[in-house]
Ligand binder design. Structure first.
Ligand code: GLN
Length: 534
């Protein structure tokens, strides 16, 4: 049997009931923030019960953004929430998928590690799941310390076939860990009927499903439109075998960063502390001060994109919010469909942002928007594909290369070309230029002003780059490549423009409410200075 968890880390398991999309990740991240505010070191693990090894090959239109970690792993967007809420940097081991677990067990079987045993879901898969959870929980932070508390979010909903081995593993954990090192939070939906009465039946059913698996909810977080009344809490408490104080109301908050505050008011910290045997500690209120900061300005940024789904660009959205908040500026976003938007409307925005993307669809619309921003002095921020398209636009309209394009899109002059190390790469999963790379910044540039240092490290996810062959032509025409990694172009800008800046990397993956990303700060500031909208 699996044993020896050690008694260093306390585990907070988070499961979901009734349906997906309840904000389980935000709830878990908020719990983490509440404990971090009390001085505990908190880390997080996300379990995704799908068979994919990672999120890298998944369609963002279905699963939302693919988040990129410093080590280059392509993971579920919830890891982004954990990094932002907990202000930590995670690694691949913090996203456990069925694919990863089975791959490891099957590899061990092929090596003969199981010495002739019949390899089964219980105990081999469940043991492997526990090993993965423990390894992630015990991974050191950069300062050499380890987490006191590890959040373990089980994706999907209780009752899904895919999540069964994971739920079995966390059931076993309860028996193996000391009682004060384990707590289970169940996040469920509390809908209202047509009369506005809150209904507890779906919650009762999902707690019943938990019980059938041998799991007990120590805390129930009820997601609802409006706060849950005391009467409803009483009912849940009676049906679900937990004190009323352990039923936490989580009404939809206008801002996800305010959720820790709302849950704090509900007294969740006391319930957690009592159960986990945590000492009473003073609460650091920095987070609450940032979240409560009043807006004195408002800007509207147009994001010209291919997918009409905001979840695909969640890190960009959050980065704009982080920058906006620190500048007391509310950032409204107008999502423009790259294939359909009204060109004349572009003048109505305070800034134009072109996000990352793959494939040919919608690129001409994005190139036109970039041209408009350049010619009309509208603040422009280009990210990854946005950086590449800014290069294409400049090549076409200023450097005399009329048929300039990217090798990704087909025929033409390839001012954007495949990275040499990508030639002949056939597999899609985990093969791009991924994760942390450094860039050296040219002195006296906007980039230099934004970052205030000579060298930066940012996260990447791309297969193409500025073709070195065309760099002299582009530079002669006035384009400034202000940060480079050897002969790889990382940032570009136009000195005569109020704010025209693009990055081959994705600065949004490192932005935090407590540490806004420099390019986003510069962009929001420029939009505010350019303000056209009300
Ligand atoms: N499709 C481009 C490339 O692979 C840009 C990628 C991106 O925007 N993340 O290089």
């Amino acid at each position: 049997m699996y044993s020896n968890w050690g008694d260093l880390v306390k585990y907070i398991i988070v499961t979901g009931g009734v349906m997906s999309g309840l904000g389980k990740g935000i709830t878990a991240a908020s719990v983490g923030r509440i404990l971090k505010n009390r001085g505990y070191r908190v880390t997080a693990v996300k379990i995704d019960p799908y068979l994919n090894i990672d999120a890298g090959t998944m369609n963002p239109a279905q699963h939302g953004e693919v988040f990129v970690l410093k080590d280059g792993s392509e993971v579920d967007l919830d890891l982004g929430n954990y990094e932002r809420f907990l202000d930590i940097e995670l690694s691949a081991s913090h996203n456990i998928t069925t694919g990863k677990v089975y791959r490891t067990v099957i590899e061990k079987e092929r090596r003969g590690d199981f010495l002739g045993e019949t390899v089964q879901i219980i105990p081999h898969i469940t043991d492997q799941i526990k090993t993965c959870i423990r390894q992630a929980a015990e991974e050191e932070f950069p300062d050499g310390t380890k987490a006191d508390i590890c959040l373990v979010e089980v994706g999907g909903t209780v009752g899904d076939i895919e999540s069964m081995p994971f739920l079995e593993a966390i059931r076993q954990m309860r028996g193996e860990l000391p009682p004060h090192d384990y707590i289970l939070i169940h996040v469920t939906l509390i809908p209202a009927d047509t009369m506005g009465d809150m209904k507890t039946k779906p919650t009762q059913h999902s707690v019943k499903a938990l019980r059938e698996l041998g799991l007990h909810a120590d805390i129930i977080v009820g997601r609802s439109e409006h706060p849950i009344s005391a009467g409803t809490k009483r009912k849940i408490s009676a049906f679900c075998d937990l004190p009323q104080s352990a039923v936490i109301s989580a009404a939809t908050a206008p801002d996800t960063y305010a959720v820790p505050m709302e849950m704090e008011k509900e007294g969740i910290a006391d319930v957690l502390s009592a159960h986990l045997g945590l000492d009473k500690k003073e609460v650091d209120t920095t987070w609450y001060r940032i979240v409560n900061k009043e807006y004195t300005n408002r800007i509207t940024v147009a994001i010209v994109s291919k997918y009409g789904i905001e979840d695909v660009y969640i890190s960009i959205k959050e980065s704009l919010k982080h920058a906006g908040r620190s500048l007391s500026t509310e950032v409204k976003i107008a999502w423009l469909d790259a294939e359909r938007y009204d060109r004349a409307s572009l003048k109505d925005y305070d800034g134009i942002l072109i996000p990352g993307g793959f494939g040919k669809r919608g690129i001409e619309g994005k190139i036109e928007a970039i041209r408009f921003a350049r010619e009309n002095n509208i603040p422009f921020l280009g990210l990854c594909l946005g950086f590449q398209l800014a290069t294409v636009e400049y090549a076409r309209n200023k450097a005399g290369i009329a048929d300039a394009t990217s090798e990704e899109f087909g025929e033409g002059t390839h001012v954007i070309a495949i990275l040499p190390e990508q030639e002949g790469v056939n597999e899609l999963g985990g093969t791009m230029r991924l994760g942390n790379y450094t860039a050296d910044i040219r002195e006296g540039t906007l980039c230099n002003k934004l970052y205030g240092v000579k060298q930066i490290t940012e996260r990447h996810r791309h297969r193409y780059e500025v073709n070195p062959h065309y760099i002299p032509t582009l530079e002669k025409a006035g384009l400034v490549f202000s940060a480079t990694n050897k002969n790889r172009m990382e940032c570009l800008e136009l000195p005569a423009h109020p704010f025209y800046f693009a990055t081959q990397f994705h600065p949004e993956f490192k932005s935090r409410p407590t540490k806004p990303s420099p390019p986003y700060l510069g962009f929001v500031e420029a939009c505010r200075a350019n303000k056209r909208t009300k």
